[in-house]
Design a protein around this ligand. Structure first.
Ligand SMILES: Nc1ncnc2c1ncn2[C@@H]1O[C@H](COP(=O)(O)OP(=O)(O)OP(=O)(O)O)[C@@H](O)[C@H]1O
Length: 348
């Protein structure tokens, strides 16, 4: 299956929600779509599924060409869908739910086995847990051998521990089915760990579409930097490939800046170490226990900026304590123009 989306616009009535969307997906690739609430993630899925019409542009799915003038009905698109509310038929048992309107019942047996549902074969949906219901919903979608899978927040109604294991079950099943998938999520960790590629949406437009590693390590905009991971920004002076910061000179990659001047560096909690030292350069504001680690916010003595840093759970600094903050990132940090500043003119 090959999915190609070309300059797609879609929305509700006169309101355009998705603007000029371009993307390609093939093989068994999983694309995770993330973005703030209301940015249009579900609208894209609805348009691909045929629930919402195309306003302009086109969608190509194998030999189907879908445009405003050629709206292919949902049942002809060969799409499998999994929603957050499971949407099982309440009057059919697990086996019958999965095999609903299916001629080839061998697919039912196969997906019941792959998704570990053997002992629930005859169970009615209301007797199943949330995770079991979602496995049935996935089995039902995959048993119909779709050309494309659409998943809309499939884990959002499940508790945290189950989310973590079921995301891998779903990923493995999609890979086994060999079907491309567009998976909408609110959860950045889910997007980055599961996706072959991640698309970050901002107000109906794709800000970046790339591997999780590239989106995280080389965000194409400040919006992406702030959306993925716990970003802080540190003021610095850019000079060629290095920046002078209150914590010393560091190598940088300039994203949206001229070659010198006032900039802000993207720093994440793992870019620093925090230690007790005879030469403190910062003060702890707060720390939050995370289990294996502790997230701390510290204020730099020079300049007074605040950044977040992650330390081992064994380190227990107290608010107000003088601490030593050092940059340990071995990769170049990303430099962005200083927000609201005028000393960093737009790059020509
Ligand atoms: N049926 C509808 N009629 C009119 N406007 C709608 C409709 N459904 C969604 N919208 C609007 O379209 C925009 C995008 O909604 P959409 O559901 O695609 O966002 P989303 O990114 O999936 O959000 P969330 O993360 O909260 O689920 C929002 O401004 C929303 O209010």
């Amino acid at each position: 299956m090959k999915l190609e989306i070309d300059k797609l616009c879609a929305g509700y009535g006169k309101a355009t929600v998705v603007e000029n969307l371009n993307l390609k997906l093939e093989g068994n690739e999983i694309l995770m779509l993330v973005g703030p609430t209301g940015c249009g993630k579900s609208t894209i899925l609805r348009t691909l599924a045929g629930i919402l019409p195309v306003t302009s542009g086109e969608i190509r799915m194998n030999d189907l060409r879908i445009t405003k003038g050629n709206p292919v009905p949902p049942e002809k698109r060969h799409i499998g869908m999994v929603f957050q509310d499971f949407a099982l038929f309440p009057h059919l048992n697990v086996e019958k739910n999965i095999g609903f309107r299916l001629r080839d019942k061998s697919e039912v047996k196969h997906w019941i086995e792959v998704l570990g549902l053997e002992s629930h074969r005859r169970a009615m949906p209301q007797t199943l847990s949330g995770g079991q219901k979602q496995r049935v919903a996935l089995a039902r979608a995959l048993a119909h051998q779709p050309s494309l899978m659409l998943l809309d927040e499939p884990l959002s109604n499940l508790d945290a521990a189950l989310k973590d294991s079921l995301r891998w079950t779903i990923r493995d099943a999609l890979k086994e089915a060999g079907v491309p998938a567009v998976w909408v999520t609110h959860d950045q960790d889910e997007a980055m760990s599961i996706g072959d590629r991640v698309g970050i949406l901002n107000q109906g437009k794709l800000e970046q579409l790339d591997t999780p590693e590239n989106c995280f390590e080389h965000p194409s905009s400040r919006f992406v930097a702030e959306f993925l991971g716990d970003a802080s920004f540190l003021s610095a002076q850019l000079q060629e490939n290095r920046a002078d910061t209150p914590l010393g000179s560091v190598p940088v990659i300039a994203v949206d800046c001229p070659p010198s001047g006032d900039i802000q560096l993207l720093v994440r909690p793992d870019d620093f170490t925090l230690t007790e030292s005879a030469e403190p350069n910062a003060q702890l504001i707060w720390s939050r226990f995370e289990g294996g680690s502790r997230l701390c916010k510290v204020k730099l003595n020079e300049g007074g900026e605040e950044v977040k840093v992650r330390v081992s759970h064994e380190v227990q600094p107290a608010p107000g304590e003088a601490v030593r903050l050092d940059v340990i990132a071995s990769h170049p940090l990303m430099a962005f123009r200083r927000e609201g500043g005028h000393s960093c003119p737009p790059a020509s």
